[in-house]
Each structure stands twice: as structure tokens, then as C-alpha cells.
Design a protein around this ligand. Structure first.
Ligand SMILES: *[C@@H]1O[C@H](CO)[C@@H](O)[C@H](O)[C@H]1NC(C)=O
Ligand SMILES: *[C@@H]1O[C@H](CO)[C@@H](O)[C@H](O)[C@H]1NC(C)=O
Length: 371
């Protein structure tokens, strides 16, 4: 047993039903040249429809049944994540499976950017660049020879320094160990603007969310943004953009509303269950973790999400059956993080720490997504 993952179709309107039908339309469009090809395409779409039910059906079923028979629906979500994982082939060159940037790391906090960066690598990114304050750099480098570390975040030309690297990066994770220093936050503002201008996906966590709560316009409506607030950060964002009080009993409704108030950007509310919405759909991840919550777990999530969002966008909406690639990536990263927690807890009980969780990434990933 151990896994309960349900999806809730929060709006139940037309937006969702673009899965298999759209895929079929595209396939047939491409085959317009010849009737024989069209026939093959029709057969193929029929086969796909047979194996993978359209997502709106999955959502509606999960919604109406609640958790009565979630296994089959849950399987569909696992399948969506499996669809976006790139195959390991000998033909690829270094970097193709993900070059991820982490923006964070200051005098006080050096663990968080390390955890996020190493998690991205363990999940399958080829390269990770950490952009941190000068003082933090030697410390982060000393944790691991596997991270590329740029001591630029508190310099006066930080934005230019990071911008130089942006063309080579597939996703940015902003916030792990960032702190609240004015100079650094001001630089991060510029980095976010530059990231949006290049249409690069960005995951925002921790004090990156503090910045967004001060200035929601910075990210409002940017469709490649994912915010990963915990309860406290979620309330802070809510107060920044909504005047009505939050319904604390209705997590799905609250996450949906916050996402809409931020222009339908993807929001992942971490908690007992992780609730994910893009203002249209709501996914809930209830993969079994443990009662142990150690600092750093959120960095494992943000780092793995950085890689998975790149994979999901690369795979495109056909692989995610018309569902938002960002929602699929977020559900995958939440599920993985919780499974790492579960496996590490089995071994170490209450002495478990984030380092133990990171050691489980490989086996957890294989168990969940490579079967
Ligand atoms: C939760 O909030 C959503 C969105 O506002 C709403 O549609 C739904 O009816 C609410 N559910 C409950 C149980 O209050
Ligand atoms: C967000 O999505 C909802 C539901 O589909 C829609 O009603 C709303 O207009 C969208 N808002 C923006 C800013 O796109």
C-alpha cells in the first residue's frame, strides 16, 4: 500500500479535455498527405487512447470517487511522469539532459543551495551552476566537487554575471539559502527579469518567495514559473495578493485561488499532502513520506523540480496528454521527495537528515518512474 495520490478536477470545464483528442488531431493533420498514413495514425491514436485514458476522464473519476479506487488513476499520473523522463542513450552530449542554475547561498546559508544543486544532479541533470554570495562560494565548493560555483550574487554586476550564463541554462531555481539582504534581493529582481525575457523556466522557493510577496508583479502571469511555498510562505503570498481571508479547510480551493490571483502561475503548496495548481487544474500528491521533517527537504524538492520542469517542457503537451507539463513535473518532484523521505526514514528513523534522503534519490526514482 503506502501510496495515495489523487487528482482533483477543480474547475471541470473545457480546459482539461485536450489530451488524447488533441494528440489525435495532430497526428491526423500530419498524415493529411495520404489515406494510408491517416489510417495508421487513426489506429495509433486508438491504441494510445486505449492505453492512456484522456486526463479529463482521469480527473473527473478521481474527483467523483475521491480515494475509493485511486490506484488506476494514480497509475496514469505515474505514467505521465515516466513519459517525460528522457532516455539515457549514447548519442547525447553532456548537458542535454539539463543544465540547471541555482540562485542562492549567502554567509548564513550554504547547505540549501548545495542540497538543491546536488539533488538536481542525482535526479539526472548533467550540470549544475550555483550563483551565490562571495563568502558562500568556497564553503559550497568544499561540500562537493560536482557543483560549478559562481561567487557573484552580492557583487554590483551580479545580473550581468548571471545573464552571461542564462543562454546555457535550461531552468533556474531561485531561493535556496538566499537570505534577505537588500543588495542580494535587488540583484535577484534583475535576474528574474532577465530569466523571463529569455523564457527560461524558474522554480521559486524560500526567501525567493519572500521577495515575490514584496513584489508579486515580478512573477505575475509568467507561465514558466513554479512557486513552492510551505504553509507560512503560502499565507504570506496570500496576504500579498488576495484581500479575502483564506479558507484553511479547503486546501485545493486555496491553492487554486492563489494561483489565479498570481495570473495562473503554478503553485505547489507543501504540507501533509502537497497541493499543486495552475489556476485550472489541481493535483494532489499524497505519496507516503514519514512524520520526520528535516530542514533541507524543500531544497531536494526545488532542485529535482528544476530538472523535471525542463524535461516536461522538452517532452511537450503530447507526452503529458494535454495536461500542463509544469503540473506533471511538480507532481513528479513531490512524489519523488516524499518517497526519499519514506525510504530514508525506514533506515534511520528519527536520526534521518536530508543527506540521507538525497542518498535515496536513485533507488526512489527507479522504483517510482523506471518500472
Ligand atoms: C473549495 O474551493 C473551491 C474554489 O474556490 C470551490 O469550488 C469548492 O467548492 C470549495 N470546496 C469546499 C468543500 O468548500
Ligand atoms: C486563469 O484561469 C482561469 C480558469 O481557466 C480563467 O478563468 C482566468 O481567466 C485565467 N486568468 C488569467 C489571468 O489568465
Amino acid at each position: 500500500m503506502g501510496v495515495h495520490c489523487v487528482a482533483v478536477g477543480a474547475c471541470g470545464r473545457g480546459k482539461i479535455d485536450t489530451g488524447v483528442p488533441r494528440m489525435a488531431v495532430r497526428t491526423c493533420g500530419a498524415a493529411a498527405a495520404g489515406a494510408a498514413v491517416a489510417a495508421v495514425a487513426a489506429l495509433l491514436s486508438a491504441a494510445i487512447a486505449f492505453h492512456w485514458p484522456p486526463l479529463h476522464a482521469v480527473l473527473q473519476r478521481a474527483f467523483s470517487l475521491h480515494t475509493a479506487h485511486p490506484t488506476k488513476d494514480m497509475e496514469s499520473f505515474f505514467q505521465l511522469v515516466r513519459n517525460i523522463v528522457p532516455a539515457l542513450t549514447l548519442k547525447k552530449h553532456k548537458g542535454q539532459d539539463g543544465r540547471i542554475g541555482i540562485v542562492g547561498g549567502c554567509q548564513e546559508y550554504t547547505g540549501a543551495p548545495y542540497f538543491a544543486g546536488i539533488s538536481a544532479l542525482k535526479v539526472g541533470a548533467d550540470l549544475t551552476h550555483v550563483f551565490c554570495a562571495r563568502e558562500a562560494a568556497p564553503v559550497i565548493k568544499s561540500y562537493s566537487p560536482e557543483l560549478i560555483v559562481h561567487p557573484v550574487l552580492d557583487s554590483s554586476n551580479a545580473v550581468e554575471e548571471v545573464e552571461k550564463w542564462l543562454p546555457r541554462l535550461h531552468a533556474l531555481v531561485v531561493g535556496p539559502g538566499l537570505g534577505r539582504d537588500d543588495l542580494i534581493l535587488n540583484n535577484v529582481r534583475g535576474i528574474l527579469e532577465a530569466t523571463k525575457a529569455r523564457d527560461i523556466p524558474v522554480v521559486i522557493d524560500a526567501d525567493g518567495l519572500w521577495l515575490i510577496a514584496q513584489q508579486p508583479a515580478l512573477i505575475h502571469g509568467y507561465q514558466k514559473a513554479i512557486l513552492t511555498p510551505n504553509r507560512v510562505e503560502f499565507s504570506r503570498l496570500w496576504e500579498a495578493v488576495l484581500s479575502s481571508p483564506m479558507d484553511t479547510q479547503n486546501h485545493s480551493g486555496s491553492v487554486l485561488k492563489l494561483s489565479q490571483a498570481l495570473g495562473n502561475i503554478t503553485v505547489v503548496q507543501k504540507g501533509e499532502h502537497d497541493v499543486i495548481s495552475n489556476g485550472q487544474q489541481v493535483f494532489v500528491c499524497s505519496q507516503e513520506g514519514s512524520g520526520r521533517r528535516c530542514g533541507g527537504q524543500g531544497d531536494l524538492l526545488s532542485g529535482s523540480l528544476g530538472v523535471m520542469v525542463h524535461w516536461a517542457l522538452l517532452a511537450g503537451p503530447e507526452k503529458t496528454q494535454g495536461s500542463s507539463p509544469l503540473l506533471v513535473a511538480a507532481w513528479g518532484a513531490c512524489t519523488l521527495t516524499r518517497e526519499c523521505n519514506h525510504q530514508a526514514f525506514q533506515k534511520y528513523g528519527r536520526s534521518m537528515t536530508t543527506t540521507d534522503m538525497i542518498a535515496e534519490v536513485g533507488t526512489a526514482f527507479n522504483k517510482l518512474f523506471m518500472t
